[in-house]
Design a binder for this molecule. Sequence first.
Ligand SMILES: CSC[C@H]1O[C@@H](n2cnc3c(O)ncnc32)[C@H](O)[C@@H]1O
Ligand SMILES: [Zn+2]
Length: 432
Amino acid sequence: MTTLAITGGQVLLPDLTVTRADVLVDQDGGEILEFGDELAGEADDTLDAEGSLVTPGFVNGHCHVAMTLLRGHADDKPLDAWLQEDIWPVEAELTADSIRAGTELGVLEMIKSGTTSFADMYFFVPTIADVVAEAGLRARLGHGVISVGKDEEAVHEDAQEGLEVAAEVDGMADGRITSAFMPHSLTTVDGQYLSEYVPKARDLDVPVHYHANETEDEVTPIVENHGVRPLAYAAEKGMLESEDFFAHGVHVDESEIGLLAEAGTSVIHCPASNMKLASGMAPVQRMLEAGVTVGLGTDGAASNNDLSMLDEARDAAMLGKLAADDASAVPAEAVVKMVTQGSADAIGLDTGRLEVGAPADFAVIDLEQPHLTPQHDLVSHLAYAAAASDVRHTVCDGQVLMRDREVLTLDEDAVRARATEEAEALIARADD
Ligand SMILES: CSC[C@H]1O[C@@H](n2cnc3c(O)ncnc32)[C@H](O)[C@@H]1O
Ligand SMILES: [Zn+2]
């Protein structure tokens, strides 16, 4: 057995207490073996965590990772105009090479900011899976299916691709990659296709992931055309199972919160995207009180505009208070849970907690920084003060992906150069 010891740090436990301990990891099995003192002598390799906080690797519950190529391309518009005028015309020009370059850039940013797992809905998914496998992360991946603007044959091809891709990538990279069927949203995929293809996803035994209740404009047509709120409509379409998860949940009413709590369907809250597109404020405190599993996601880098889950945690706490008009709402403990166990549970990955036998996924945060001094409460620091650049080491499945801020699985300069080149070529094709 090959082992790794993370030594000298303070460790964040699942109950959000912090304890001084070394952590011993089985790198072959990718799991935590032991917490204790002086474990360096027992290990083949060590990672120094003196003056640092050892936390579970962060889990990004909703992303479109290759959208890093569109970061800063189109800002300051609401969702519909942004997608239709700026984003979709450029995405029509994406190639496998651009997706590879954008995904490499996105996973590089994730590793540098302590994210070890993510859920992703996009195009050219086998290429995304290759990059995830090489970079060493965990991910639940799916092809985004859209019916609007397509003839019937094209929609069937798209939905079929969604199923085939889910079957193809599930279990790749020694099980670090899993999949889902991913219809884009309740308004961009016509009901007849949801009725036909969601049961086929059940036959594959994969969850369903989609966008829902993001803007008022998305709620109104469903109420008008189907006579029910969007999540009741989702339930009619079989998309409200306990393994399913959807992004946003901004405009949900009490009846829908009740449906979610009963069904066990999870919500991925994306506060930065919701603020930037002015979509609204999700009732996160209400959903938590009702027992809904809430995770956190960045959404794509074009509506955020970064992939840092520490930023997302702080945004969730701040926005949650504003939404509830209550400073005690969505406290530090809640967002630290959301960015670890909450997102992991929501997207159905067995990670997000540091205990013996759990997957060896870590972010190690350097606490010896002015903005993290003094250290009254490390959970408070994680929620409100720590930044992506404080992440020292990142470990996923027992493998060191970043050591002392050097990413070991990707060549940072080459990734940035390729992404710059591919992003410029993509925009040029779209402008032609
Ligand atoms: C069909 S692949 C995914 C699709 O979703 C688009 N997208 C990015 N951000 C959002 C958002 O906040 N709401 C809805 N759709 C979004 C992305 O550009 C892809 O086209
Ligand atoms: Zn999204």
